[in-house]
Design a binder for this molecule. Structure first.
Ligand SMILES: NC(=O)c1ccc[n+]([C@@H]2O[C@H](COP(=O)([O-])OP(=O)(O)OC[C@H]3O[C@@H](n4cnc5c(N)ncnc54)[C@H](O)[C@@H]3O)[C@@H](O)[C@H]2O)c1
Length: 359
């Protein structure tokens, strides 16, 4: 067989950092993207590392620095606990290595801003996994809103009413701790829907809200329930309720009320126009079972990222986009735990400085 160096050189060499639950979706996505080659994996857990390295037939490394030195990949996917997100992404970007980063951007706004700066000074690109923006009904909702056919948006109501067991946290204890997760339900689960609300309705300029631990307090120190009222730059007002204290995972809901119609996202999108006609945009049925709540669009986001990897344009869901949701969440934490605000980090209704340690 003839060896074609030009073809080999064209492949984008990728490593996956963190071989836990979500890495399976990243590895499966990479496996089917033309021109992308998995070259290494990394995990601090030797058992997980060995199993994943064997499954994919690539070398395994116990630390990201060691991997970056030895393999010099073109891109890394960061699928680790939240506390590692910003340091790992900054380390990669500063070496000119592209990053696909799981949400959240960071465990706090100050850290998130450092990552925004790293992305700005780097020659490499950064994508943050807000994959639900790619869901077909969500894309269609954005188109309808931007078309202006419904007129100005007055506000939105969103709910995330889900179920998490103590076992979910015991399997990966970092998820339940302020220091390693930076927060609970808002930072880990409801962040996707908060991102959709601010993306669909517009930038948020005012936040009032609170969090509580209502059902899982014996297992976790972070919150499992939250309620928020958001004021958007347009003057629209949104309400948001989320909890993990339910006994099942209900469908996420987002209702958007506009002057001449109504959009209702419940997996599917239903648009009701002023003349009474309705349009339904169905969600493709490809995800089912226990993990269906992750959504089905990781593959689409990751493919889109690699399709544009050689363009001059930054990826459209980058650090600055992801910082917006982080600012909302940190404001709610600061309002709930004012005594924990670091000196000088006043909560303004927008972002605040603040560290990652909470009660
Ligand atoms: N986008 C989504 O819908 C979605 C869904 C689930 C999880 N996530 C995100 O994915 C990330 C991982 O979540 P998970 O559920 O897979 O967690 P997990 O606990 O199952 O996996 C995390 C893995 O990272 C490894 N790890 C920890 N520290 C490390 C380090 N310093 N270097 C290398 N590896 C390290 C752990 O050993 C573990 O194998 C989190 O950011 C989470 O919020 C996103």
């Amino acid at each position: 067989m003839t060896f074609h160096p030009s073809v080999a050189e064209a492949a984008t060499r990728v490593a996956v950092i963190g071989c836990g639950d979500i890495s399976a979706l990243h590895l499966a996505a990479l496996d089917v993207i033309p021109g992308v080659e998995l070259v290494a994996v990394c995990d601090t857990d030797p058992g997980r590392l060995a199993a994943t390295a064997e499954q994919w037939g690539v070398p395994g490394f116990g630390g990201i620095d060691e991997l970056l030195d030895a393999v010099v990949p073109d891109a890394v996917h960061v699928c680790t606990p939240h506390v590692e997100h910003a340091p790992m992404a900054i380390a990669a970007l500063d070496r000119g290595v592209h990053v696909v980063l799981e949400k959240p951007l960071a465990t706090g706004v100050a850290e998130g801003r450092a990552l925004v700066e790293a992305a700005e000074r780097s020659t490499a690109k950064l994508a943050v996994c807000f994959q639900n923006r790619y869901n077909e009904p969500v894309q269609r909702a954005k188109e309808v809103l931007e078309s202006g056919v419904l007129g100005p948006v007055a506000g939105a109501a969103a709910t995330v009413v889900w179920h998490r067991t103590p076992e979910y946290y015991e399997a990966s204890p970092w998820r339940g701790r302020w220091e390693t997760a930076g927060g609970g339900l808002l930072m880990n689960q409801a962040i996707h829907t908060l991102d959709l609300v601010q993306w669909l309705v517009g930038d948020v300029v005012g936040v009032t809200g609170g969090v509580a631990t209502r059902a899982l307090g014996d297992t976790i120190e972070v919150e499992d329930t939250a309620d928020l009222v958001l004021t958007h730059a347009s003057g629209a007002r949104s309400v948001f309720y989320a909890t993990l204290a339910h006994v099942a995972n209900e469908t996420v809901t987002v209702d958007i009320v506009a002057e001449r119609g109504h959009l209702s996202l419940r997996g599917d999108l239903t648009v009701t126009y002023a003349d009474g006609t309705t349009e339904v945009v169905a969600e493709p049925v490809t995800a089912s079972g226990e993990r269906a709540y992750w959504g089905i669009s990781h593959q689409t986001l990751i493919s889109d990222f690699y399709a544009g990897i050689r363009s001059e344009e930054p990826f459209w869901i980058g650090a600055d986009e992801a910082l917006k949701t982080l600012e909302i969440i940190q404001t709610v934490y600061d309002q709930t735990f004012p005594e924990r605000l670091l000196a000088g980090a006043a909560s303004t209704g927008n972002a605040s400085g603040g560290g990652r340690t909470r009660p």
